[in-house]
Design a binder for this molecule. Structure first.
Ligand SMILES: [Zn+2]
Ligand SMILES: [Zn+2]
Length: 300
Protein backbone atom coordinates (compact mmCIF):
# COMPACT_ATOMS: atom_id res chain seq x y z
CA UNK A 1 0.00 0.00 0.00
CA UNK A 2 1.45 3.31 -0.98
CA UNK A 3 0.01 6.64 0.02
CA UNK A 4 1.04 9.90 -1.47
CA UNK A 5 -0.63 13.11 -2.65
CA UNK A 6 -3.78 11.93 -0.94
CA UNK A 7 -3.97 8.78 -3.05
CA UNK A 8 -3.62 5.18 -1.96
CA UNK A 9 -2.60 2.45 -4.28
CA UNK A 10 -2.57 -1.28 -3.76
CA UNK A 11 0.10 -3.29 -5.51
CA UNK A 12 0.10 -7.02 -6.01
CA UNK A 13 3.83 -7.36 -5.97
CA UNK A 14 7.02 -5.54 -5.18
CA UNK A 15 7.95 -5.51 -8.87
CA UNK A 16 4.67 -3.87 -9.78
CA UNK A 17 5.20 -1.18 -7.17
CA UNK A 18 8.74 -0.54 -8.38
CA UNK A 19 7.53 -0.25 -11.95
CA UNK A 20 4.93 2.29 -10.88
CA UNK A 21 7.53 4.41 -9.10
CA UNK A 22 9.98 4.31 -11.98
CA UNK A 23 7.30 5.43 -14.43
CA UNK A 24 6.28 8.27 -12.12
CA UNK A 25 9.89 9.33 -11.67
CA UNK A 26 10.38 9.45 -15.43
CA UNK A 27 7.16 11.35 -15.91
CA UNK A 28 7.81 13.94 -13.21
CA UNK A 29 11.47 14.53 -14.01
CA UNK A 30 12.26 18.28 -14.07
CA UNK A 31 14.14 17.79 -17.36
CA UNK A 32 10.80 16.88 -18.88
CA UNK A 33 9.10 19.87 -17.36
CA UNK A 34 8.00 18.17 -14.16
CA UNK A 35 7.61 20.08 -10.92
CA UNK A 36 10.84 19.99 -8.95
CA UNK A 37 9.19 19.86 -5.52
CA UNK A 38 6.85 17.09 -6.56
CA UNK A 39 9.74 15.17 -8.11
CA UNK A 40 11.83 15.37 -4.94
CA UNK A 41 8.95 14.29 -2.75
CA UNK A 42 8.34 11.32 -5.03
CA UNK A 43 12.00 10.31 -4.81
CA UNK A 44 11.77 10.50 -1.03
CA UNK A 45 8.66 8.31 -0.96
CA UNK A 46 10.32 5.80 -3.27
CA UNK A 47 13.30 5.59 -0.92
CA UNK A 48 10.99 5.06 2.05
CA UNK A 49 9.15 2.37 0.15
CA UNK A 50 12.40 0.51 -0.64
CA UNK A 51 13.49 0.70 3.01
CA UNK A 52 10.17 -0.62 4.25
CA UNK A 53 10.10 -3.31 1.66
CA UNK A 54 13.60 -4.47 2.54
CA UNK A 55 12.36 -5.18 6.04
CA UNK A 56 9.09 -6.72 4.88
CA UNK A 57 10.83 -9.13 2.55
CA UNK A 58 13.47 -10.36 4.96
CA UNK A 59 13.39 -13.93 6.21
CA UNK A 60 13.83 -13.99 9.96
CA UNK A 61 13.45 -16.17 13.03
CA UNK A 62 10.47 -15.25 15.19
CA UNK A 63 9.30 -16.55 18.54
CA UNK A 64 5.63 -17.09 17.69
CA UNK A 65 2.95 -17.11 15.02
CA UNK A 66 0.60 -14.10 15.01
CA UNK A 67 -2.99 -14.53 16.18
CA UNK A 68 -4.46 -12.73 13.21
CA UNK A 69 -4.09 -12.78 9.45
CA UNK A 70 -3.78 -15.56 6.93
CA UNK A 71 -0.68 -17.64 6.99
CA UNK A 72 0.67 -21.01 6.02
CA UNK A 73 2.39 -23.14 8.66
CA UNK A 74 4.57 -26.17 8.22
CA UNK A 75 7.15 -28.16 10.17
CA UNK A 76 10.44 -28.68 8.40
CA UNK A 77 12.71 -31.61 9.25
CA UNK A 78 16.34 -30.58 9.13
CA UNK A 79 19.54 -32.54 9.63
CA UNK A 80 22.17 -31.38 12.09
CA UNK A 81 24.50 -30.68 9.15
CA UNK A 82 21.90 -28.50 7.40
CA UNK A 83 21.39 -26.42 10.53
CA UNK A 84 25.08 -26.20 11.34
CA UNK A 85 26.35 -25.29 7.88
CA UNK A 86 23.24 -23.69 6.33
CA UNK A 87 21.74 -24.67 2.99
CA UNK A 88 18.97 -23.89 0.57
CA UNK A 89 15.59 -25.52 1.19
CA UNK A 90 12.48 -25.88 -0.91
CA UNK A 91 9.02 -26.04 0.58
CA UNK A 92 5.60 -26.45 -0.98
CA UNK A 93 3.14 -23.71 -0.12
CA UNK A 94 -0.43 -23.04 -1.24
CA UNK A 95 -0.65 -21.02 -4.45
CA UNK A 96 -3.52 -19.28 -6.22
CA UNK A 97 -7.03 -20.68 -6.50
CA UNK A 98 -8.04 -21.42 -10.10
CA UNK A 99 -11.05 -22.84 -11.91
CA UNK A 100 -11.02 -26.64 -11.70
CA UNK A 101 -9.82 -27.90 -15.09
CA UNK A 102 -11.68 -31.24 -14.79
CA UNK A 103 -15.18 -29.81 -14.39
CA UNK A 104 -14.51 -26.30 -15.70
CA UNK A 105 -15.81 -24.85 -12.45
CA UNK A 106 -19.16 -26.67 -12.35
CA UNK A 107 -18.15 -28.96 -9.49
CA UNK A 108 -19.82 -31.93 -11.26
CA UNK A 109 -18.14 -34.89 -12.88
CA UNK A 110 -18.23 -34.43 -16.66
CA UNK A 111 -19.54 -37.60 -18.37
CA UNK A 112 -20.75 -38.89 -15.01
CA UNK A 113 -24.41 -39.76 -14.36
CA UNK A 114 -26.69 -37.08 -15.74
CA UNK A 115 -30.33 -36.14 -15.41
CA UNK A 116 -32.74 -34.06 -17.49
CA UNK A 117 -32.54 -30.43 -16.33
CA UNK A 118 -35.59 -29.71 -14.19
CA UNK A 119 -35.43 -26.01 -14.83
CA UNK A 120 -35.79 -26.07 -18.63
CA UNK A 121 -37.26 -29.59 -18.80
CA UNK A 122 -34.42 -30.63 -21.05
CA UNK A 123 -34.87 -28.02 -23.76
CA UNK A 124 -31.79 -26.01 -22.79
CA UNK A 125 -33.66 -22.72 -22.90
CA UNK A 126 -36.31 -20.92 -20.95
CA UNK A 127 -39.18 -18.87 -22.24
CA UNK A 128 -39.76 -15.42 -20.83
CA UNK A 129 -43.19 -14.01 -21.66
CA UNK A 130 -43.79 -10.30 -21.45
CA UNK A 131 -47.03 -8.62 -22.36
CA UNK A 132 -46.42 -8.32 -26.12
CA UNK A 133 -43.44 -10.52 -26.76
CA UNK A 134 -41.77 -13.75 -25.83
CA UNK A 135 -38.01 -14.06 -25.48
CA UNK A 136 -35.93 -17.18 -25.11
CA UNK A 137 -32.86 -17.37 -22.90
CA UNK A 138 -30.24 -20.04 -22.49
CA UNK A 139 -31.14 -22.04 -19.40
CA UNK A 140 -29.03 -20.60 -16.57
CA UNK A 141 -29.15 -23.86 -14.67
CA UNK A 142 -27.83 -26.33 -17.26
CA UNK A 143 -26.22 -23.64 -19.42
CA UNK A 144 -28.17 -24.81 -22.43
CA UNK A 145 -27.16 -28.47 -22.22
CA UNK A 146 -30.64 -29.71 -21.28
CA UNK A 147 -29.23 -32.11 -18.72
CA UNK A 148 -27.16 -31.76 -15.56
CA UNK A 149 -24.41 -33.97 -14.18
CA UNK A 150 -25.28 -35.48 -10.81
CA UNK A 151 -21.93 -36.76 -9.62
CA UNK A 152 -19.36 -34.64 -7.84
CA UNK A 153 -16.10 -33.79 -9.56
CA UNK A 154 -13.26 -35.90 -8.15
CA UNK A 155 -10.60 -33.25 -8.53
CA UNK A 156 -12.24 -30.33 -6.73
CA UNK A 157 -14.73 -32.35 -4.66
CA UNK A 158 -17.55 -30.17 -5.98
CA UNK A 159 -16.00 -26.82 -5.13
CA UNK A 160 -15.39 -25.87 -8.76
CA UNK A 161 -12.01 -24.45 -7.83
CA UNK A 162 -8.67 -25.95 -6.94
CA UNK A 163 -5.71 -24.45 -5.19
CA UNK A 164 -2.39 -24.62 -6.97
CA UNK A 165 0.86 -25.35 -5.14
CA UNK A 166 3.94 -23.29 -5.32
CA UNK A 167 7.52 -24.20 -4.47
CA UNK A 168 9.46 -21.65 -2.51
CA UNK A 169 13.23 -21.84 -2.26
CA UNK A 170 14.99 -20.01 0.52
CA UNK A 171 18.32 -19.85 2.27
CA UNK A 172 18.08 -21.37 5.74
CA UNK A 173 18.97 -18.74 8.35
CA UNK A 174 22.08 -19.61 10.37
CA UNK A 175 22.01 -20.28 14.11
CA UNK A 176 18.72 -22.22 14.19
CA UNK A 177 17.59 -24.32 17.15
CA UNK A 178 14.92 -26.95 17.66
CA UNK A 179 11.47 -25.29 17.74
CA UNK A 180 12.58 -22.01 16.13
CA UNK A 181 10.05 -20.51 13.74
CA UNK A 182 11.26 -19.14 10.42
CA UNK A 183 9.11 -16.36 9.03
CA UNK A 184 9.01 -16.05 5.24
CA UNK A 185 7.06 -12.90 4.27
CA UNK A 186 4.66 -13.19 1.35
CA UNK A 187 6.61 -10.39 -0.30
CA UNK A 188 9.74 -12.54 -0.37
CA UNK A 189 8.28 -15.47 -2.22
CA UNK A 190 5.29 -13.89 -3.94
CA UNK A 191 2.94 -16.22 -2.11
CA UNK A 192 -0.73 -15.72 -1.24
CA UNK A 193 0.06 -15.57 2.49
CA UNK A 194 2.94 -15.33 4.93
CA UNK A 195 4.74 -18.59 5.62
CA UNK A 196 5.87 -19.87 9.04
CA UNK A 197 8.19 -22.84 9.22
CA UNK A 198 8.93 -24.60 12.50
CA UNK A 199 12.33 -26.21 12.80
CA UNK A 200 12.51 -29.87 13.74
CA UNK A 201 16.00 -31.30 14.12
CA UNK A 202 16.33 -34.90 12.96
CA UNK A 203 18.36 -36.79 15.60
CA UNK A 204 21.88 -37.45 14.36
CA UNK A 205 23.70 -40.76 14.74
CA UNK A 206 26.53 -39.20 16.75
CA UNK A 207 26.26 -35.40 16.81
CA UNK A 208 24.08 -33.41 19.18
CA UNK A 209 23.24 -29.74 18.75
CA UNK A 210 23.33 -27.85 22.01
CA UNK A 211 22.64 -24.17 21.36
CA UNK A 212 25.64 -22.88 19.46
CA UNK A 213 27.71 -25.93 20.35
CA UNK A 214 28.03 -29.23 18.57
CA UNK A 215 28.58 -32.17 20.92
CA UNK A 216 30.29 -35.38 19.95
CA UNK A 217 30.26 -38.15 22.53
CA UNK A 218 33.28 -40.30 22.04
CA UNK A 219 33.84 -43.77 23.49
CA UNK A 220 37.48 -44.63 23.64
CA UNK A 221 38.51 -48.24 24.38
CA UNK A 222 40.91 -48.37 27.33
CA UNK A 223 43.69 -49.99 25.28
CA UNK A 224 43.74 -47.06 22.86
CA UNK A 225 44.39 -44.76 25.82
CA UNK A 226 47.08 -47.03 27.28
CA UNK A 227 48.78 -47.37 23.92
CA UNK A 228 48.34 -43.64 23.22
CA UNK A 229 46.83 -44.26 19.84
CA UNK A 230 45.28 -41.52 17.76
CA UNK A 231 41.52 -41.22 18.10
CA UNK A 232 39.55 -40.39 15.01
CA UNK A 233 36.94 -37.68 15.61
CA UNK A 234 34.27 -36.94 13.01
CA UNK A 235 33.67 -33.23 12.35
CA UNK A 236 31.33 -31.40 10.00
CA UNK A 237 34.25 -31.24 7.56
CA UNK A 238 35.68 -34.74 7.66
CA UNK A 239 37.80 -36.54 10.23
CA UNK A 240 40.24 -35.12 12.80
CA UNK A 241 42.82 -37.23 14.58
CA UNK A 242 43.56 -36.51 18.24
CA UNK A 243 46.16 -38.34 20.39
CA UNK A 244 44.27 -40.28 23.05
CA UNK A 245 46.40 -38.89 25.93
CA UNK A 246 44.66 -35.54 25.39
CA UNK A 247 41.59 -37.13 26.89
CA UNK A 248 43.33 -38.30 30.06
CA UNK A 249 42.18 -35.38 32.21
CA UNK A 250 38.57 -36.39 31.63
CA UNK A 251 37.71 -32.85 30.53
CA UNK A 252 35.93 -32.44 27.19
CA UNK A 253 38.12 -31.34 24.29
CA UNK A 254 36.96 -28.15 22.61
CA UNK A 255 37.72 -27.75 18.93
CA UNK A 256 37.27 -24.01 18.45
CA UNK A 257 35.15 -22.74 15.59
CA UNK A 258 34.22 -26.15 14.22
CA UNK A 259 30.64 -26.19 15.49
CA UNK A 260 27.52 -24.74 13.86
CA UNK A 261 27.57 -21.35 12.16
CA UNK A 262 25.95 -18.75 14.43
CA UNK A 263 25.88 -16.15 11.67
CA UNK A 264 27.83 -15.41 8.53
CA UNK A 265 31.03 -14.60 10.44
CA UNK A 266 30.90 -16.62 13.67
CA UNK A 267 30.96 -20.29 14.43
CA UNK A 268 30.37 -22.19 17.63
CA UNK A 269 32.70 -24.93 18.92
CA UNK A 270 32.78 -28.66 18.53
CA UNK A 271 32.92 -30.23 22.00
CA UNK A 272 34.20 -33.77 22.25
CA UNK A 273 33.05 -35.51 25.40
CA UNK A 274 34.95 -38.59 26.28
CA UNK A 275 33.88 -41.82 27.86
CA UNK A 276 36.25 -44.67 28.58
CA UNK A 277 35.14 -47.98 27.15
CA UNK A 278 35.89 -51.07 29.17
CA UNK A 279 34.20 -54.27 27.92
CA UNK A 280 31.95 -55.90 30.51
CA UNK A 281 33.18 -59.40 29.93
CA UNK A 282 36.86 -59.78 29.29
CA UNK A 283 37.66 -63.44 28.52
CA UNK A 284 39.92 -65.16 31.08
CA UNK A 285 42.63 -65.70 28.50
CA UNK A 286 42.75 -61.95 27.82
CA UNK A 287 42.75 -61.13 31.56
CA UNK A 288 45.75 -63.41 32.12
CA UNK A 289 47.60 -61.68 29.30
CA UNK A 290 46.77 -58.27 30.75
CA UNK A 291 48.06 -59.36 34.17
CA UNK A 292 51.25 -60.58 32.51
CA UNK A 293 51.60 -57.22 30.78
CA UNK A 294 51.03 -55.36 34.07
CA UNK A 295 53.82 -57.40 35.73
CA UNK A 296 56.23 -56.55 32.93
CA UNK A 297 55.34 -52.84 33.31
CA UNK A 298 55.79 -52.97 37.11
CA UNK A 299 59.16 -54.65 36.82
CA UNK A 300 60.51 -52.44 34.13
ZN1 LIG B 1 -31.77 -26.44 -18.16
ZN1 LIG C 1 -13.88 -29.94 -10.47
Amino acid sequence: MIGGNGTTRQFNSFEEAKRFFREQIKRLHPDRGGDKEEFLSLLERYQEFLERHRDQSRIKVVSKIPFTGNYFFTVLDLTVEEIALGCKKRIKVPGEEVLCPSCKGTGKRINGKSEICGFCKGTGFVEVKESFRTSYLTCPYCKGEGYVYKETCDQCKGKGKIRLHKEVEFQLPLGLKQGDIIYIPRFFANTVCDVYVEVNVIPHDYFLLDGHKLIYKCRIPFWEVILNQEISIPTLEGEERIPSNKFLSGEPIVIKGRGPFIDEYNRGDLVVQFELYIPENIPKKAKDLILKAVKIIQNS
